[in-house]
Design a protein around this ligand. Structure first.
Ligand SMILES: Nc1nc2c(ncn2[C@@H]2O[C@H](COP(=O)(O)OP(=O)(O)OP(=O)(O)O)[C@@H](O)[C@H]2O)c(=O)[nH]1
Ligand SMILES: [Mg+2]
Length: 455
């Protein structure tokens, strides 16, 4: 495959002390030689930083350091050049334009990493982990992505895929040399091997819930009728007055989202508009959003007001909360109690119920602990190497899992080998899509288009 030469600004756009422009491809050395004038002309060694000017003919554009990296020991396995220039928008744009003029092409999002994948330097899970590294929100998330980049997950998936491939070979032999008496033994053996693979995928999937949380944050939504103190809780947990708090019911109209970190667990905290029937158009939309968010959340914090009797709205939300992972807060306990706490305990007997007062800062630490415990009870595996965290990987694993189970039932029902084979083949295909052994161009483009520019 003949590659052209791509270029992008690899550092964030904005004012910074330094900005890096990266070129990759067969023409990158030629391009830099045309636009860069070193101060001291010397024999340039591989990966050596050289100080000089970026020039457009006679015009000096910027004072820079450049480094040439020879293929194949580079990020993309192609010749790579990096220009360290001043970090303002103007110098970077001008230098970028100059490289374009000399034959480079603007890189697509993630194209450098895509090339690393296409050249076989890394597989797809590793490529995807690069993006996770960049966007990691906690140390745990970073570690997880780093392990994935090191290839632990790929190794595990490949191992599973190899086991299935071996099994296929085994079945093929049995089809080719059918002897009545060995058939029974073979069925047993296939079943055993399928069970083993099924268990391994099952473990990966069980850990994936935590992996996803570590990667994307635990989506935690605060719900309740208006004025119970949701925004006050949001602010208390964030230790910042992010959300507007007033005594007017219906203050919050839109979703307010913030990332926070409780004991290393990234939490995406979402404050919502109080749920009630309303004629106000804006508030109505807000209430709809609250309900949607409620359905998507990993964890719900349901808030009640202790100083008022339970209302129709409370009871409606309570019904919705029953089926979910939820923590229940009875707030405003500093005021005279008018709420029927017995009824709440009766209805939500399997839920953690905490009495709080945002006014007096009571119960906030307990809420934090409860969130942490809920994640931990899911048993975050200590073996972080093999945690699946990416939604794409999880759904492919789920598909493979289903195929393996189907193959197993086919074996148990002593169906012809061809039936068993079909399912195993599909499972192999799905696993291959995780690491990139069997993926199509469109899907690839789709995956890499989520990257940031210049990576
Ligand atoms: N006494 C007392 N007042 C509280 C407590 N928590 C919140 N408040 C007050 O209750 C009012 C409403 O609080 P918010 O946090 O805005 O309530 P909300 O649930 O976000 O309300 P909406 O956005 O309208 O749905 C404010 O005046 C708060 O100061 C509490 O524990 N005790
Ligand atoms: Mg509010």
């Amino acid at each position: 495959m003949i590659m052209d030469t791509i270029v992008a600004i690899s550092t964030p756009i904005g004012e910074g002390a330094i900005g890096i422009i990266r070129l990759s491809g067969p023409e990158s050395f030629r391009v830099i030689d045309q636009i860069f004038k070193p101060y001291v002309v010397a024999d340039r060694k591989n990966r050596e930083m050289v100080f000089g000017h970026i020039v457009n003919g006679d015009q000096v554009l910027d004072e820079v350091m450049t480094v040439k990296m020879k293929a194949p020991n580079t990020y993309t396995r192609e010749d790579v050049v990096e220009i360290n220039c001043h970090g303002g928008i103007i110098p970077m744009r001008e230098i970028l334009a100059l490289t374009l003029k000399h034959g480079a092409r603007m890189a697509e999002r993630g194209e450098f990493t895509q090339r690393a994948f296409l050249s076989g330097r890394i597989d797809l899970t590793q490529a995807e982990s690069v993006m996770d590294l960049i966007s990691a929100k906690t140390k745990k998330g970073f570690d997880l992505a780093f392990n994935q980049l090191e290839g632990y997950l790929s190794k595990k998936i490949r191992l599973l895929r190899d086991k299935l491939l071996n099994l296929m070979a085994h079945i093929e032999v049995s089809i080719d040399y059918p002897e009545e008496d060995i058939e029974e033994i073979t069925y047993h053996e296939i079943e055993d091997r399928l069970i083993e693979i099924e268990c391994e995928i099952d473990i990966l999937l069980k850990n994936s819930t935590n992996g996803k949380i570590i990667r994307d944050g635990l989506k935690t939504v605060i719900v309740g009728k208006p004025n119970v103190g949701k925004s006050s809780l949001m602010n208390a947990l964030l230790k910042d007055s992010k959300a507007i708090v007033t005594e007017i019911a219906g203050t919050t109209r839109d979703l307010i989202e913030e990332f926070m970190n409780i004991g290393g667990i990234p939490i995406k905290l979402i404050d919502t508009a109080g749920i009630r029937d309303t004629e106000d158009i804006v508030e109505k939309i807000g209430v709809e959003r609250s309900k949607t968010m409620f359905n998507e959340a990993d964890l719900t914090i349901f808030m009640l007001n202790a100083s008022e009797p339970l209302s129709e709205e409370d009871l409606t939300i309570m019904e919705m909360v029953k089926e979910r992972h939820a923590i229940v807060l009875i707030n405003k306990t500093d005021l005279d109690s008018k709420i029927d706490e017995r009824l709440i305990h009766e209805h939500l007997h399997d839920k953690r119920i905490i009495r709080t007062s945002m006014e007096r800062e009571i119960g906030i630490v307990e809420v934090e602990k409860a969130i942490q415990e809920m994640v931990m009870n899911n048993e975050v595996s200590t073996d972080q190497n093999e945690i699946v965290s990416n939604t794409r990987h999880i759904s492919l694993l789920e598909n493979a899992f289903k195929n393996v189970k189907d193959a197993k039932s086919a074996v148990i029902n002593r169906m012809p080998y061809d039936f068993v084979e079909v399912d195993i083949k599909d499972a192999i295909l799905y696993l291959g899509q995780i690491t990139g052994e069997s993926v199509e161009g469109d899907l690839l483009n789709n995956i890499f288009s989520n990257f940031c520019l210049g990576k």
